[in-house]
Design a protein around this ligand. Structure first.
Ligand code: HEC
Ligand code: HEC
Length: 251
């Protein structure tokens, strides 16, 4: 028995949306013709809560999955014409399976049960991707300048939302991987971008120092490790690297 749960229904429909919602509600039929996952006798109100949550969790409009205009006038909700609607149905079954089959039997020792929702993976994105995955793809297809431009665009559009991790971590991970793979200049260019947004992140400077050393750029590496120490005078790793480089230079 597949039962799609109404999760966190209370989190939607803030007051401001009520007017727009009641206008939109007028375009929604009172009976449904093509429900294959949701219960056939679901109320209009419950269905709408689920649909609005889908739209919010994926950052899309109703017309992403349903055939018709953005204002819902004359929209054919029952047809399965749009591929996204069919994907969404598979996703609903997947989410039910995760919660009912897999998570239900997990022993955590806690009373609290955490359930997976569309938001768990999608975080407001139609196609859930990590930021480093997207930047890596762009680097491969169009080169470093385009990859850097994409990062800036995404940051401008999504900073403050749950969509992407804009901490220093993803770019550092990617920079390290790219540099190890032989693209040292590209790795350093990603580090420079990261420093622009996280100038006080000591680990980024240490990574920069390491990549510079491996590229034989000793003086620049020293400057990077010195900056790491300036940011965090207690940083033993930066101090050790500096002593090592300077010691080797004196021999
Ligand atoms: C991510 C895709 C997606 C989005 C976005 C979406 N829907 Fe749906 N909708 C579905 C799926 C899938 C079904 C069918 C569910 C089933 O088979 O049980 C459905 C069913 C419906 C139905 C019932 C149609 C019928 O007669 O069978 C209505 C009405 C509806 N949606 C309205 C909306 C409205 C209004 C919005 C915007 C607030 C919306 N949907 C946003 C995927 C979506
Ligand atoms: C376990 C993670 C996960 C959960 C939970 C999840 N999705 Fe997805 N969804 C994905 C991934 C990954 C893709 C991209 C697949 C690809 O493009 O190869 C995707 C793709 C989609 C797409 C197609 C996007 C496009 O235009 O190509 C739709 C629509 C969608 N999901 C709807 C939903 C809905 C609705 C829910 C909740 C009922 C949901 N998903 C829950 C992981 C998830």
């Amino acid at each position: 028995m597949i039962r799609f749960r109404l999760i966190a229904a209370f989190s939607i429909a803030p007051l401001l949306m009520c007017l727009a919602a009641s206008q939109a509600q007028a375009q929604i039929p009172d009976t449904f013709e093509n429900l294959q996952v949701l219960p056939e006798n679901i109320s209009k109100q419950e269905l709408m809560q689920i649909m609005r949550k889908f739209a919010g969790d994926l950052g899309v409009r109703c017309s992403h999955c349903h055939e018709g205009p953005d204002n819902l006038q004359g929209m054919d909700f029952a047809t399965d014409e749009k591929p996204a609607k069919k994907v969404a149905r598979s996703m609903m079954k997947m989410v039910d399976a995760i919660n009912d089959k897999h998570l239900a039997g997990v022993e955590t020792g806690r009373e609290l049960r955490v359930e997976v929702t569309c938001q768990t993976c999608h975080s407001g994105l139609n196609v859930p991707r990590t930021i480093d995955g997207l930047i890596a793809d762009r680097l491969k297809s169009d080169g470093i300048e385009s990859a850097r431009a994409l990062y800036r665009d995404l940051r401008e559009q999504h900073f403050g939302s749950a969509a992407y991790d804009f901490s220093s971590k993803p770019l550092n991970t990617l920079a390290e991987r790219v540099a190890r793979g032989g693209q040292v200049d590209e790795g350093l260019a990603l580090i420079d971008l990261n420093i622009e947004f996280h100038p006080e992140d000591g680990y980024t400077r240490i990574l920069q120092g390491g990549i510079l050393m491996s590229a034989g750029k000793r003086d620049q590496a020293i400057a990077a490790f010195e900056k790491a120490l300036e940011i965090d005078p207690e940083n033993g790793w930066a101090r050790q690297q500096l002593e090592r480089i300077r010691g080797a230079g004196e021999k």
